[in-house]
Design a protein around this ligand. Structure first.
Ligand SMILES: CC(=O)N[C@H]1[C@@H](OP(=O)(O)OP(=O)(O)OC[C@H]2O[C@@H](n3ccc(=O)[nH]c3=O)[C@H](O)[C@@H]2O)O[C@H](CO)[C@@H](O)[C@@H]1O
Ligand SMILES: C=C(OP(=O)(O)O)C(=O)O
Length: 417
């Protein structure tokens, strides 16, 4: 199994070009199933999850191509299968995003139940009850969600919790439904807005994306378009954290700073100097002291759960005490035990971590349990004295494009072994 070897102690300095957002590109790839002709998505990050979604769609008989310029092209004029098999779904929960489009366009879908993962049980009940409210008949048997309908009907749906992929799935179902659908308590995440913008370009009638009520008037068909993916706000935040934790200066280019306001404010609270333009953001920590900050994860525009682990690493080498509360997922603190192996002083009480900053951490062999836990451990390794070996980096490859190359270019001593 591949590992990262990191020799810590270098203040990182330079520019990093940010890739397209994982959490935006996956729903866009699923949306290509709605287009009755060729479609092209640009600025696609080279990630394991993007390949998995490509393979999932290709397995349905769609022509799929990813070229060297990071363009994902499809032609879903016809498909030969409406099945998302277990072997692919089990490696990527976002596979559930094909359910809405398949049902809306073909009236039939068979999608392996994604199941839980390291960060929590992650049920999909809100996706399913929303589709049932639109007239789908759904059974869950032999580990598969089997859904059928004549044509989906518009409905007034109140989602009992804010769910990002739930909102996206129901949005993609509603665009081809008969009549009007209202999605109440919708997720406000920028990736939902990116999907809505793409669907609108394809001919969908959507109002209110980016607010908690989205109204969709169903249309008969959608056309393929040429669409460029939003920059990855979590990748951006992770490289800014790398500058903060090493006392360096990093500028992220091709970024969208207006999508990560809550995290930027926390970096400021932590003592960093942040400067930003329309499509770049810089964090300068040179000559400044890293201060511990309190974090409460929330749905957008609150502080994102996908940045919690990175701030935990920063708090571990700060001055003061920071309290980190994880409110979105029930089991997203697995990085705490690994940070403690590096000398961090953290007390864990359920979903609350009380972090007392230390002057430094010591390099150690550690194990990544999930994607952002892997980012946390890489950051800790960059700041630690000595050598850190991060195991199970297949998690990292799900969400960070060429992370070792991007970090090496700004001075990090990191290699993949
Ligand atoms: C591919 C993608 O975009 N992944 C993101 C998406 O995941 P994902 O869309 O899976 O996360 P959700 O927003 O759905 O989850 C939020 C909460 O709602 C619960 N829930 C969700 C659906 C449901 O039917 N029933 C239910 O109870 C979940 O268990 C969780 O506690 O949003 C998360 C929260 O910002 C991010 O951490 C993930 O990076
Ligand atoms: C939890 C994450 O992703 P996913 O929903 O794809 O597991 C993440 O991006 O941090």
């Amino acid at each position: 199994m591949q590992k990262f070897q990191i020799e810590g102690g270098v203040a990182l300095e330079g520019d990093v070009v940010i890739s397209g957002a994982k959490n935006a590109v996956l729903p866009l790839q699923a949306a290509t199933l709605l287009a009755n002709g060729p479609m092209i998505i640009r600025n696609v990050p080279r990630l394991k999850d993007v390949k998995t979604m490509g393979a999932l769609i290709e397995g349905m008989g769609v022509t799929v191509n990813i070229d060297d310029d990071n363009n994902f092209s499809t032609d879903a004029e016809t498909i030969s299968s409406q099945t998302a098999p277990y072997d692919l779904v089990r490696t990527m929960r976002a596979s559930i995003l094909v359910l809405g489009p398949l049902l809306a366009r073909y009236g039939k879908a068979e999608v392996s139940l994604p199941g839980g993962c390291a960060i929590g049980s992650r049920p999909v009940d809100i996706h399913l009850s929303g589709l049932e409210a639109m007239g789908a008949q759904i059974t869950v048997e032999e580990g598969y969600i089997r859904a059928e309908c004549e044509r989906l009907q518009g409905a007034n749906i109140s989602m009992e919790k804010i769910t990002v992929t739930g909102t996206e799935n129901l949005l993609m179902a509603a665009v081809l439904a008969e009549g009007t659908t209202v999605l109440n308590n919708a997720a406000l995440e920028p990736e939902v807005v990116d999907l809505a913008n793409c669907l609108i370009a394809m001919g969908a009638k959507i109002q209110g994306a980016g607010t908690n009520t989205i109204t969709v008037e169903g249309v008969e068909s959608l056309k393929g378009v040429d669409y460029s993916v939003l920059p990855d706000r979590i990748e951006t935040g992770t490289y800014l954290a790398a500058a903060a934790i090493t006392g360096g200066r990093v500028r992220c280019l091709n970024a969208a700073p207006d999508t990560l306001t809550a995290a930027l404010n926390k970096f400021r609270d932590a003592g960093a100097k942040i400067t930003e333009g329309d499509d770049w953001v810089e964090l300068d920590m040179r000559g400044r002291k890293l201060k511990a900050v309190d974090i409460h994860t929330e749905a957008h525009p609150g502080f994102p759960t996908d940045m919690q682990a990175q701030f935990m690493a920063m708090n571990a080498v700060s001055t003061g005490i920071g309290v980190v509360v994880e409110n979105i997922f029930e089991n997203r603190m697995m990085h705490v035990a690994e940070l403690m192996r590096m000398g961090a002083n953290i007390r864990l009480e359920g979903n609350t971590a009380i972090v007392a900053g230390m002057p430094s951490l010591k390099g150690a062999p550690v194990m990544a349990t999930d994607l952002r836990a892997s980012a946390c451990l890489i950051l800790a390794g960059l700041a630690a004295d000595g050598v850190t070996l991060v195991d199970r980096i297949y998690h990292t490859d799900r969400g960070y494009e060429r992370i070792e190359d991007k970090l090496t270019a700004i001075g990090a001593r990191i290699s993949r072994n």
